[in-house]
Design a protein around this ligand. Structure first.
Ligand code: ZN
Ligand code: ZN
Length: 289
């Protein structure tokens, strides 16, 4: 849903550089060079490029190999896994209707993710997890099987696990516990409340906040941010999605990270440089770069 509205203006640069811990450059307009240059000009000097399907994961790995400022993660998105098994011509990433491939097709796709996860520039496995918003009950089994497989891949390669959790908090936390979470697990676009943030903190999970924490109706997210241990807090754009206020409806990109960092600093009641220093160290620790 990249918007065709005008791109928001450059925010004032951060004095302490940070990383965008989750972005999709392949869904944004402009070249990779342009995106990275624009981001770096406001202090966003590193981005984590996230793969959502086999082709997107290959692209992420290739792009991270070409650019020092880019790290990759690879995965089949929670909405992609059921589509591989059952087919879904109305799905979100459709490039023409896909034929149902059954469990064998999912295994084949997972084998490619496994191969990519071994590459040195691939720092994480994800985004994986559960999405009960877009995937209905018929897709649940495939989604869960894929999630469990991604956890296993992340652990075997010693990579971070990047979680996509939409309307599925209880089951995501339960499956992580059942499988045993990797040492470094990141809840991307953290969407839980303060109570869940306490559970994540106890488990040592990183919580990555996106532009939606600036939205008027997002008080539960701000409450979660207020109680999350500072050393587990990350920031991301999830661009082209989730453009922060006051730019909702316009295209998001990594250069807008300072807008969210400033909103987060206000919630925490700390100086923006102190928050950026912490986020910068946390992201490097989370993805081991
Ligand atoms: Zn996601
Ligand atoms: Zn994403």
């Amino acid at each position: 849903m990249p918007s065709h509205a005008e791109a928001p203006p450059l925010p004032e640069p951060l004095r302490v550089p940070v990383a965008d811990s989750h972005t999709h450059l392949d869904m944004q307009s402009g070249t990779v060079e342009e995106s990275l240059a624009k981001a770096a000009s406001v202090g966003v000097t590193t981005v984590v490029q996230v793969g959502c399907d086999v082709n997107g994961s290959r692209w992420a790995a290739q792009t991270a190999a070409e650019y020092d400022a880019v790290h990759a993660t690879v995965a089949l998105h929670p909405n992609e896994a059921p589509r591989i098994v059952h087919g879904d011509p109305d799905g979100w990433s459709r490039q023409g209707a896909r034929q149902p491939g059954g469990d064998a097709a999912l295994d084949e796709a997972l084998a490619e993710i496994d191969r990519l996860a071994a590459l040195p520039q691939v720092k994480g496995v994800g985004e994986t997890g559960l999405d009960y918003f877009r995937t209905g009950p018929e897709g649940k089994a495939a989604q869960e099987r894929s999630f469990r497989a991604h956890i296993e891949i992340a652990k075997r390669h010693g990579k971070a696990l990047v979680i996509h959790d939409r309307d599925a908090h209880t089951d995501v936390l339960r499956i992580l516990k059942e499988e045993g979470a990797p040492d470094r697990t990141v809840f991307h676009c953290y969407s839980g409340d303060a109570a869940m943030a306490e559970l994540c903190a106890d488990a040592g999970y990183f919580m990555s906040f996106a532009g939606n924490m600036t939205f008027k109706n997002a008080q539960p997210l701000r409450d979660a941010l207020a109680v999350a241990p500072l050393e587990l807090v990350l920031v991301e754009t999830d661009a082209p999605f989730l453009t922060p206020s006051p730019y909702r409806g316009r295209p998001n990109a990594p250069y807008l990270i300072p807008v969210t960092v400033r909103a987060m600093a206000a919630v925490r009641g700390i100086d923006e440089d102190a928050l950026a220093t912490s986020i910068s160290a946390n992201t490097a620790r989370a993805f081991d770069y």
